[in-house]
Ligand binder design. Sequence first.
Ligand code: SAM
Ligand code: SF4
Length: 471
Amino acid sequence: MITKARRVFIKTYGCQMNVYDSERIADVLAAEGFEAAERPEDADLILLNTCHIREKAAEKVYSEVGKLRLMKKAARAEGREVKIAVAGCVAQAEGAEILKRAQAVDVVVGPQSYHLLPALLKREKRAVETEFPADSKFDHLPEPGIRNMHLLPSRLHAHPLQKAHLPAPVAAFLTVQEGCDKFCTFCVVPYTRGAEASRPVAKVVEEAELLASRGVKELTLLGQNVNAYHGEGTDGRTRSLARLIAALSEIDGIERLRYVTSHPRDMSDDLIEAHASLPKLMPYLHLPVQAGSTRVLHAMNRGHDRGFYLRLIEKLRSARPDLALSGDFIVGFPGETEEDFRDTLALVEAVEYASAYSFKYSPRPGTPAAEMAQVPEGEKSERLTRLQALIAKQQAAFNARMRGLDIDVLFEKPGKRPGQIVGRSPWLQAVHADAPEEMIGTVVPVTIDAIGANSLFGALKDASLRERAIA
Ligand code: SAM
Ligand code: SF4
């Protein structure tokens, strides 16, 4: 039994979708009377919201639970019962195996069943829920309560798209689509998150309006394959992501929109056109290609070749000339030769990314590529170093081009220095400037005068505003 003054500690791993899910889990638990614990040691419920995308994900969760087991034992010695719940993609992939291997775990809950958490926690017996229910969890989750984000420790897993949420977030995530039907041969997502499903337009708009009424200015629409969005409109007909973005653009208070992560094959003409016609849609696009060799793209089952991706980038840039690109790359996919890898370097040279993530291929049990002939680890590491050096050079060049420009910054939070506040450029760079805190939540032009390793520095363009900052 959980004690009366119940406190929860939620630890989030992985992508922004998990960050969003943790926020929704916090809503569910807050409605049950849970309060936040600052440290796992103080909690009555410790919930690990796990990610399966990285290497040895399951082993890492078992090792973390091993540490928590000792904590649970110590609490019991003091007469306090602590429950441990494992949520997220490792919970989905491992299911009942977690209860078998980790005696300390009380509840295992997959990403589609968070609304069932209160019932699962009340069960006397240890519980597993990893079904893909016919009706969406979104129909059962309580309305997003920004106030409930206090249940989340402030140091959530760092991700460049992640924003500070407390006390009144200026930028928020909103999941619009989940799951994936693409079955890339390296990826576990179709197995852990299930089939592609989109939320109806009206539900998304309702949630966005609620967030706007609470001071959110920027929305990042989330989905494993967000541009495959095909949600139902009020007339029962399907709407594309471009139509959804157009509807969200109409909401007063929402000033910026982004979406992540997109698949090149789902980059439809109306979405490209949206980048030209919707000023609230920010000129920054994360569009992973994974590899530059057509042969490897085929082996990955990406469904397009190198030429298709490069032509797509051209189309996007002619629709929106200031569009900056980001991407994901996998090096050392089974069978990748030095020549294939050079195709990746050449593609990166051709596209010129503003930033990009790159990973060594790592086999995921149950996926087709795990059964293919593997590239030696040393070769993967060497290729990763070369690719990352090129990406770092491009990122530095992109940031350096900002010097002397006036750019619109949405200020989000106080900076480290007194008198300084921090926000984001349209291209997602962190921008620091001296300005009064009341400017947090507003978009203000800033003249960039210095470029740091990971952020830009500038002064408010408007002289009268600058004087107010000094006063
Ligand atoms: N849906 C997105 C797409 O199609 O590009 C990607 C989502 S995936 C959750 C995030 C990134 O993790 C991928 O883009 C890929 O670069 C990386 N990734 C996925 N499986 C991997 C594996 N087995 N080894 C290395 N990196 C992997
Ligand atoms: Fe995974 Fe993305 Fe491929 Fe789907 S499209 S299988 S999420 S990499």
